[in-house]
Ligand binder design. Structure first.
Ligand SMILES: Nc1ncnc2c1ncn2[C@@H]1O[C@H](COP(=O)(O)OP(=O)(O)O)[C@@H](O)[C@H]1O
Ligand SMILES: [Mg+2]
Length: 471
């Protein structure tokens, strides 16, 4: 489990006033294969922790003149990776329970039984190596992509990272397409941060949030008296982003008039504020996001084709979370770690059942929904691992039974379930029969069902009808 550069022997520090205890514990733990140092007072112990990297601290913190809570907080602050096990004298169990609430991993009561300590320390060491693995994984990602906070190892995400990496340096217009919550805003920022413009402003405008009349003056500014309420000149967001990046979110909802103006800025880097003939020029990098395929809007004549061509220079497509189920453990653990930073409790991870539920759910709200689910679970969780019961009801639902289509006669089942789930059984049977009729030729099957081939393929994958196929 350890990587080559992980210390193979966990290093452990024992802090106890009682020298006999320090000695006997050290002896026992050295035999168990740990590297052990001991100390009799807190100041000395802190010096030792500063001097070398320790994985574990075993400490009796009921020392005269020491406030256990403060001590623990200080230790957590200075050595966040250190796993702390509290040793307490007989009868001070309550203090020990308090200690675990304040971030101690576990506690042992004196007299310490060898077997007990072996189990606790092994568990703690496992947690340590888990933390360590997570950290190196993150560092590797940062190193490779430099996109801290953007998590994903699915091939589609790796492609996204590559694209972002490739264009960050330039001032190329970037269009991001993806459902809500897939990370469009997060990536727009990441591009800005990785560009030479990083020290200049990053201005975000949600084109869907503003009424058409306001949007224009908001972006391009206006002169005093241009319209009722224009009591002074306003410079507008494009100008505010001069030298930096402007992020136009929900561009699909831009009005026809606004589209014309936008086209001009993109082509000529020039515009006139509302009510003015004075042409302004700006040097702004434009990033746009849409949650609707723009080509589709162009086909429906809801979006100007010339503008579409102008902004579709580089289209980064963000996959929905349900299309990268393999990333769910990585992303869920990423959020778990983040929310634990604000909490004193230690949660080791997710139970297998909880993770299975997360991977079975279809995530209409994508990463944002997962983020919220993990935040909620961290608050609710009372055990070392997040379990199914800590998840929102909709997600829990998916874990409480096998996928409906796996159950014989499902769809006709006399059980409460969402319509979508209930439809899975019949849908699978319809597709399977159509495939059989067409000798499993996808083209013909898709044509018969009047769906496109991608949709058919996705459904085949969902219902495990693509088993044995090579692509
Ligand atoms: N790949 C990812 N890794 C980590 N966090 C992500 C990722 N994608 C999205 N998020 C987080 O999910 C939430 C929604 O992302 P956001 O960029 O606002 O989505 P969008 O703009 O597409 O609606 C944010 O809190 C964001 O930090
Ligand atoms: Mg957004």
């Amino acid at each position: 489990m350890h990587r080559a550069n992980t210390p193979t022997k966990p290093r452990l520090l024992i802090l106890d006033e009682d020298r006999i205890i320090v000695q006997s514990l050290s002896q026992f733990l050295r035999r168990e294969g740990y590297e052990v140092n001991g100390s009799g007072d807190t100041a000395d112990a802190m010096n030792l922790l500063d001097g070398q990297q320790y994985q574990l601290l075993l400490a009796d913190i009921n020392l005269p003149g020491l406030k256990p809570a403060e001590f623990l907080r200080e230790v957590k602050r200075r050595w966040p990776q250190l796993v702390v096990i509290v040793i307490t004298g007989y009868g001070s169990i309550e203090g020990a329970v308090e200690a675990t609430k304040m971030g101690a991993f576990d506690y042992l009561t004196k007299p310490i039984v060898d077997e007990e300590i072996r189990v606790v320390i092994e568990k703690a060491a496992r947690q340590q190596s888990l933390l360590y693995e997570n950290q190196t994984l993150k560092q590797q990602l940062n190193l490779r992509f430099g996109l801290e906070n953007v998590v994903g190892h699915d091939h589609q995400m790796l492609k996204v990272f590559e694209l972002v990496e490739a264009v960050a340096d330039s001032r190329t217009t970037v269009l991001m397409t993806g459902e809500s919550g897939t990370g469009k805003s997060l990536l727009a920022r990441a591009i800005h941060r990785r560009s030479p413009r990083r020290d200049k402003p990053f201005i975000e405008v949600s084109c869907g949030a503003l009424p058409e009349t306001l949007l224009e003056s908001e972006l391009f500014g206006h002169v005093k008296g241009a319209f009722t309420g224009a009591i002074a000149d306003k410079k507008g967001r494009f100008m505010a982003a001069d030298g930096g990046t402007i992020f136009l979110d929900e561009i699909n909802s831009a009005s026809p008039a606004f589209q014309v103006k936008l086209l001009r800025v993109l082509q000529e880097r020039a515009f006139e504020p509302v009510g003015s003939d004075d042409t302004k020029t700006v040097d702004t990098r434009v990033i746009l996001a849409t949650n609707v395929e723009l080509s589709q809007l162009v086909a429906e004549q809801k979006f100007r084709q010339d503008l579409y061509y102008r902004i579709n220079v580089l289209n980064v497509k963000l996959p929905g979370l349900r299309d990268r189920l393999g990333d769910i453990p990585l992303v869920a653990n990423h959020f778990l770690r983040r929310f634990m930073q604000d909490s004193t409790r230690e949660i080791l991870g997710f139970t297998d059942a909880a993770m299975a539920a997360l991977q079975r759910y279809n995530w209409p709200g994508n990463v944002r929904e997962l983020e919220n689910a993990v935040e909620r679970a961290v608050v609710l969780c009372r055990r070392p691992q997040i379990d199914v019961e800590d998840l929102p009801e909709t997600i829990r639902f998916y874990s409480s039974r096998p996928a409906a289509w796996l159950v014989e006669g499902s769809g006709e089942m006399d059980q409460a379930m969402p319509l979508e789930t209930a439809m899975e059984g019949p849908e699978r049977r319809i597709i399977e029969r159509a495939l059989n009729r067409n000798q499993w030729n996808r083209q013909a099957t898709a044509a018969e069902l009047e769906i496109n081939r991608t949709t058919l393929y996705k459904k085949m994958r969902k219902y495990l009808l693509d088993v044995g196929e090579t692509n």
